[in-house]
Design a protein around this ligand. Structure first.
Ligand code: HEM
Length: 248
C-alpha cells in the first residue's frame, strides 16, 4: 500500500478570476497599471513610479511575478544591485491574439529584444539568477557577488520561478502569498523558447571610426585626430588583462 500525503495549501483567499490571476503572474494589469499601486483592481493608471519596499511578502505583487523577478526595484537590499542589471527592451508580438482559452494551434508569441552593453551582467544574469532561480528573492543571499540565491530556511517555501520566462524543473511551483494564507500554484512552463540570438550593434560613431572617417563626427565634438585612430590590421590584439570580478 502507498500512502500519498498531499501538501496542505490553503484555498485561494480571496478567490481570483482569470484576469486577476494573470495580473498576479505578470505584476501588471492588462492596462499596464502595476499591482503595486493598484493591488485589488485595474485602475488603468499606468506608472513606473513604484517599488516593493512596503510589500516584502508579496501580498500585492507576488515575489515570483514576472516584473518583480526581472526588476526587483528594492532599494533597501544591497544584494539586489538592481540598477546594474537593467536593460532597454522592446517586445514584438507575432501571431493573432488567442480568441478562446483552447489552443488553436496557430503560432503566436513574442520576439523579446533587449538592448544591452554586457550580456552576462544584464540579460544572462537576470534570466539565470533571478527568473529561473526559485529561491530568488526570499532565499539565502549569495556569499559571492553574482552567485545564486540558496534555498530559504527549512519550512519556508521558495518563491518559485518566473511564471512567464522562468524554467520550471520537476516539482517546482510558485508561492502566492495572500491575506488568507500561502497558496501553491503548480505551474508548468507557459512560454516555450524557440530561438535566441545575440547581435552586435556598434554605434554610428564606432562605425565611422572603423570606416576611417573620424571627421564626420562633427566639429564641436572631441573627435580624435585622424592620426589617433588606429588603422584596422589583421594583427591580433594584445592579450586582455586578467578578468576582474564583475560586481553585481
Ligand atoms: C514571452 C516572453 C515575455 C513576455 C510575454 C514578457 C512580458 C512582459 C510584460 C507584460 C511586462 C510588463 C510591461 C513593462 O513593465 O514594460 C514585462 C516587463 C519586463 N520584462 Fe518581460 N516578458 C517576456 C520576456 C522577458 C525576458 C526573457 C526578460 C529578461 C530576461 C524580460 C524582462 C523584463 C523586464 C526587465 C521588464 C520590466 C520590469 C519593470 O519595469 O520593472 N522579459 N515583460
Amino acid at each position: 500500500m502507498v500512502t500519498l500525503a498531499q501538501a496542505a495549501t490553503p484555498p485561494l483567499n480571496p478567490v481570483l478570476d482569470a484576469t486577476a490571476m494573470s495580473a498576479k503572474l505578470v505584476g501588471r494589469w492588462p492596462s499596464g497599471a502595476p499591482l503595486a499601486t493598484a493591488p485589488d483592481a485595474d485602475d488603468k493608471k499606468v506608472t513606473n513610479a513604484f517599488d516593493y519596499v512596503d510589500d516584502d511578502d508579496g501580498l500585492k505583487t507576488p515575489r515570483f511575478s514576472h516584473i518583480r523577478k526581472v526588476n526587483p526595484r528594492h532599494g533597501k537590499r544591497d544584494d539586489l544591485a538592481t540598477e546594474r542589471h537593467r536593460m532597454l527592451r522592446r517586445g514584438i508580438p507575432f501571431g493573432p491574439p488567442l480568441k478562446d482559452a483552447a489552443d488553436d494551434g496557430v503560432e503566436r508569441g513574442l520576439h523579446f529584444i533587449s538592448i544591452i552593453s554586457d550580456p552576462v551582467r544584464q540579460f544572462e544574469f537576470v534570466q539565470s539568477n533571478w527568473a529561473n532561480n526559485p529561491n530568488f528573492p526570499n532565499g539565502g543571499v549569495p556569499g559571492t557577488p553574482g552567485g545564486q540565491y540558496t534555498p530559504p530556511a527549512p519550512g519556508i517555501p521558495p518563491d518559485g520561478p518566473d511564471p512567464l520566462t522562468g524554467e520550471f524543473d520537476a516539482g517546482q511551483q510558485d508561492s502566492l502569498h495572500q491575506p488568507g494564507g500561502m497558496h501553491v500554484l503548480p505551474l508548468a512552463e507557459l512560454v516555450t523558447v524557440s530561438a535566441g540570438e545575440y547581435f552586435f550593434a556598434p554605434s554610428v560613431t564606432a562605425l565611422k571610426l572603423l570606416g576611417g572617417k573620424p571627421k564626420a563626427l562633427g566639429a564641436a565634438s572631441a573627435a580624435p585626430a585622424a592620426a589617433d585612430v588606429a588603422p584596422i590590421t589583421e594583427t591580433p590584439a594584445a592579450a586582455p588583462a586578467a578578468d576582474t570580478p564583475n560586481p553585481t
